[in-house]
Design a protein around this ligand. Sequence first.
Ligand code: F6R
Length: 261
Amino acid sequence: MEIVICPDAVQAGRLGADAITTLIRRKPDGVLGLATGSSPLGIYDELARRHEAGELSFANARGFTLDEYVGLATEHPETYHNVIRKDFVNRVDFADGAVRGPDGLSDDIPAFCRSYEEAIAAAGGIDLQILGIGTDGHIGFNEPGSSLASRTRIKTLTKQTRIDNARFFGGDIDQVPTHCITQGLGTIMAARHVVLVASGHGKAEAVHQLAEGSVSAMWPGTILQHHPHVTVLLDEAAASRLQLSDYYRETYHAKPAWQGL
Ligand code: F6R
């Protein structure tokens, strides 16, 4: 797991965008795993800027979103289907239908979840998965207690996650759905490269556990310690509880340029 401590979230976003730019230039039909929420916005803003500047095209790329609320109406602005379009997909040139997401209105959720896994496999698997992390350590919506081998399925959101996400629902926790469909930890682990981005003091404990805690379902992101290629992009505040922060800084600064991210 490579930990990169950036001066701020803008720089973290640029590095995340660099990783995706490198992938899409090498493999124009690359498959992206897309997180929603605040954390990846810096990455999406920078990718949209590069696209607008004519530097990067997603015309042949494909994407799968990580998760979706269950039960929100199709036109609700906070479905992750709508959020990822507003924040990223509609700002670049993905082909119609190239970015898919879980169907939170499916009337057969287990069957849908199986079909989502099959669709990811049929696309050749995810080349680069972008992740945020919850204050309780969730990745995707794999809340504490999730099976470390889980695949796409329905989950119940913790109260903490609903409190954290109430800001997207007018501050009213009762408007935040109780259930979601999320790629599982096993699904995320199958991605070839995982780029996790976190900023702010609120994420500092989850980031410390992610990188330095014991692997445990209590901090679901810790499963990434078993992944061979994880890049963690942090601002100073999110890095503030790391025990080995000096070592991570030295390692990154001394890194041979040819290694990339
Ligand atoms: C979103 C997702 C979640 C978020 C996490 C952090 O698709 O899967 O794991 O990444 O809840 O949310 P933000 O980035 O809003 O702090």
